[in-house]
Design a protein around this ligand. Sequence first.
Ligand code: ZN
Length: 257
Amino acid sequence: MAEGVLDNLTDKVADLITKAKRLVIFTGAGVSTESGLPDFRSPGGIWDSFDPDDFSYQRFISDESVRKKHWRLLKSLAPAAEPNAAHYAITELYRLGKLDCVITQNVDNLHQKAGLPGDKVFELHGNMQSLLCLDCGRRYPFDRVKARLDEGEEIPDCELCHGILKPAAVFFGEPLPQRVLEEATRRSRNCDLFIVIGSTLVIYPAAYLPDYAVAASAKLVIINLSATPLDGQAEVLLRAKAGEAMPRVLKRVKERL
Ligand code: ZN
């Protein structure tokens, strides 16, 4: 996009945020990839070196060799990514009192790492930074389990009951966390401004949420590098990288407050 056009649209987004009473921000893979995390679907992404079938819940619980592969992958991804300018700009909107919540398709915990309180982040696909015992339900932070991997364990189990530990992210064949989805739906229906950042809006049911918002008369902004099925409904469409667009938007919101 030409600089002048971008400028103009950035102003429009800042105006909408300034006027909004309830802003919901929806983030997708585009926000994570700018932190250097691989996108599962693009060429060179995880699917190139990892069989998608291994991400099914069934195979994970039934096949020890699949679990071993998972832990190897988790260990290799562990030099954990850092939040980028988009995450920090979103947190700053929250501190300015301009954000109701973030609904995210990402499982990387980067919104929380950027300072957004956990109860303001609705993770539709769970969270990879937390491990869940499938038997007793105990949760462990990834760092604690990482220490065991570093000591040479290949398939860490639950410290209490030796049950299977699984990343608290949603695998194929697993339902989305129901309460999170319900609350995300409720907030999407009640917001007056819904901003999509870095999502192509093709993964359902997550992609229904902006629909709900628009149906309830909220204004829709889409900040994404490629087209989405909802582009035609957007009040403002910004073809830009999240990490470049959001700091600019934030700066202009601050000028208006
Ligand atoms: Zn357990």
